[in-house]
Ligand binder design. Structure first.
Ligand SMILES: [Zn+2]
Ligand SMILES: [Zn+2]
Length: 249
């Protein structure tokens, strides 16, 4: 596995260990006075793999959207040593990655290809499990699974670096805006943009935010009251008039 993924995994373990400690301590100290707090079991989040379609160069996300595929004729030829490169060197059958929509020929009935769906291989662990399944079929040894794994890991690392760079850029931009502050008389005072994006805490923006919270709480309260009324009606065997149910605003 790459150094970058290892580093991410180590950082995750440290964070998990750090967040476990105070929970355990609070259980011990508060046990006699307060109801016991259940220590959360923190499961490590598996890092998702990035699959990119070779045909359209876009990411493959979602269920039943894309797959890795290999030509079974090539795989069996490779296994018999008949798949040769231009210089006569023995080759293995290459796996390719594509969206189902970009490669409709692959899943046609009687197609000589086999597919491994990306949504079954969203993490490194799942990829390994899938490989264990595939390794039971006789033609698997004739395919270049290793190259597929290297491609996916490289793509995943590239994508992670890219997204973390974008995230850093966004937070730097927010810090810049916060430092600059919204100029006086700007129409964005007293709006969500002013309060959240520019972190403005002028009177106008603070009033906007406080009112937002009040309006939201009021909507929740109305909805709850209404829900309780309807439940009481139903419990009492009364009829519910559908057009009075849950006015949300
Ligand atoms: Zn595609
Ligand atoms: Zn403001």
């Amino acid at each position: 596995m790459s150094a970058q993924l290892d580093a991410a995994s180590a950082a995750h373990d440290r964070a998990t260990a750090a967040s476990d400690a105070p929970i355990a301590a609070s259980v011990v100290t508060k046990a006699s006075t307060a109801p016991p707090i259940k220590a959360r079991h923190v499961k490590p989040t598996p890092r998702p793999l990035t699959w990119r379609c070779e045909r359209c160069d876009k990411l493959i996300r979602g269920t039943g959207i894309g797959f890795g595929y290999v030509d079974l004729r090539e795989a069996s030829a490779a296994q018999q040593g008949r798949l040769r490169g231009p210089d006569g060197q023995a080759l293995k059958a290459p796996w390719h990655i594509a969206h189902a929509k970009c490669a409709p020929d692959i899943t046609k009935p009687l197609s000589a290809h086999t597919v491994a769906w990306c949504d079954k291989m969203t993490t490194i662990e799942a990829l390994l499990t899938h490989m264990a399944d595939l390794s039971r079929v006789p033609w698997f040894g004739g395919t270049d699974w290793g190259a597929l794994v290297r491609t996916v890991l490289a793509e995943t690392e590239f994508h992670e670096v890219e997204t973390s760079e974008r995230r850093a850029e966004r937070s730097a931009a927010r810090a810049r805006r916060k430092a600059e502050g919204l100029p006086e008389g700007d129409p964005r005072h007293g709006t969500e943009t002013g309060y959240l994006n520019w972190s403005c805490r002028c009177t106008e923006c603070q009033i906007f935010w406080a009112t937002q919270g009040r309006a939201c709480r009021a909507r929740v309260k109305t909805a709850l009251t209404e829900a309780n009324r309807i439940r009481a009606d139903v419990d009492a065997g009364g009829l519910v008039e559908l057009d009075t149910v849950m006015p949300m605003n």
